[in-house]
Design a protein around this ligand. Structure first.
Ligand code: 13P
Ligand code: 13P
Ligand code: MG
Ligand code: MG
Length: 371
């Protein structure tokens, strides 16, 4: 058992109510019951919520990342919730559980995972982020702004324990490779990668020498599971989650939230096939209805107290984010008027795993050579 604390966010879509709008409350009750049974044994504390149709489990423990018992607990919780989803005939019951048997690690089996192990500080504020109707690359822009953009995070300029910048672990999710990049020095070349957000995704952020924090303990982690890579076809989007630590040598809480004052365009809206604005919402508005969206993000804040999750505070439940929401609504109207046209609909390369190729293949024989 480690001295350090581990926070694990594990999520899955195990059935939508109705369609892909929401998680049914009974599924959340089942998840709470399962995690309550494990509390004081495998886990210290937990919180269960949803963003749209994604069931989100936040767990604290001392077993480190990739722990078999913690992953099994999440897997079995999703199985129990799936049984109920089937009984209620919810939409896409068991959608994200792509395997029949648990193999020791939930990664690669459908659910998304963001977890990190670290030394709990004297005061340890954390922010848990949950997104629906988008993909892991949707976190690139906000995570970049939090940890590398001085116009977002004034701490990078005025805080002597943040001025050295941060180290980013960027994954190429097509080639299954990773690269470590130090900002600010490598900021421009890092942007050359992470601007291509469907391929290069920020997986973790680390402190750098000169700061206050241990160099091997991450300060942010993002889920990067790509479901179509596992399933071979579109089976719902890889709605991502992330965990970010704040304050004392890290971005302040408000600097962690500030990137969401701009509803940037992300992919994953309607049938996983459209670009649209990412709207920050309070938990009660985490319902994806308009054109199955628009894509949205919820942020819940906690203080950790020896692994106890003191919270949550619903951080986007603040009129300060109303302009971002208004901009998201206006942008949604603007994008929607393109109907089936790009760049609202995703380019062909990104439609490869949807049902579009089946439609196009029927037209193949109709084409004649142009003289
Ligand atoms: P307080 O003075 O309220 O602790 O705030 C400090 C701070 O820097 C917030 O960004
Ligand atoms: P989810 O990925 O949230 O299940 O949504 C699927 C979809 O395509 C909704 O239009
Ligand atoms: Mg769904
Ligand atoms: Mg979803």
């Amino acid at each position: 058992m480690s001295e350090k604390i581990t926070v694990s966010i594990i999520k899955a879509d195990v059935g939508g109510w109705p369609g892909h709008a929401l998680v049914h409350p009974e599924l959340k009750i089942i998840a709470r019951n399962e995690l309550e049974k494990a509390k004081g044994k495998d886990i210290i504390d937990y919180y269960v919520t949803n963003c749209g149709d994604d069931l989100e489990l936040v767990m604290t423990h001392r077993k480190g990342v990739d722990d078999e018992e913690i992953h099994a607990l999440a897997w079995n919780t999703f199985l129990k919730a799936t049984e109920k989803a089937k009984e209620l005939k919810l939409y896409g019951a068991g959608q994200d559980l792509l395997s029949d048997a648990f193999s020791g690690n939930i990664k690669g089996m459908g659910p998304g995972v963001a977890e990190m192990e670290f030394t709990e500080r004297k005061a340890e504020p954390i922010v848990t982020f949950f997104m629906d109707k988008t993909e892991p690359g949707a976190f690139n822009l906000p995570i970049y702004k939090m940890f590398a953009d001085p116009f977002n995070t004034i701490g990078l300029v005025i805080d002597p324990s943040a001025i050295q910048g941060y180290r980013f672990e960027v994954w190429d999710i097509q080639e299954h490779k990773k690269v470590m990049m130090d900002c600010p020095e490598e900021m421009y070349s890092m942007l050359a990668l992470i601007g291509a957000k469907s391929r290069y995704v920020i997986k973790r952020v680390y402190p750098r020498e000169g700061g206050k924090l241990p160099l091997d303990e991450p300060v942010a982690a993002i889920s990067t599971e790509k479901l179509y890579e596992i399933a071979g076809e579109y089976v719902g989007k890889d709605d991502p989650v992330a965990l970010v630590r704040a304050q004392s040598g890290l971005p302040a809480l408000g600097e962690v939230l500030e990137p969401f004052s701009f509803p940037h365009l992300v992919s994953g809206w309607m049938r996983g096939s459209h670009n649209g604005p990412l709207m920050p919402v309070s938990q009660c508005n985490a319902k994806c209805t308009r054109f199955d969206g628009p894509p949205r993000v919820v942020a819940l804040g906690f203080q950790l107290a020896n692994g106890r999750l003191v919270g949550p505070v619903d951080l986007f439940d603040d009129p300060g984010f109303d302009n971002s929401r208004q901009m998201a609504k206006d942008t949604a109207d603007y994008m929607r008027r393109h109907g089936p046209f790009e760049p609202h609909r995703l380019p062909l390369a990104d439609m490869e795993y949807t049902t579009l190729p089946k439609v196009l293949s029927k037209l193949k024989g109709r084409f004649e050579k142009i003289e």
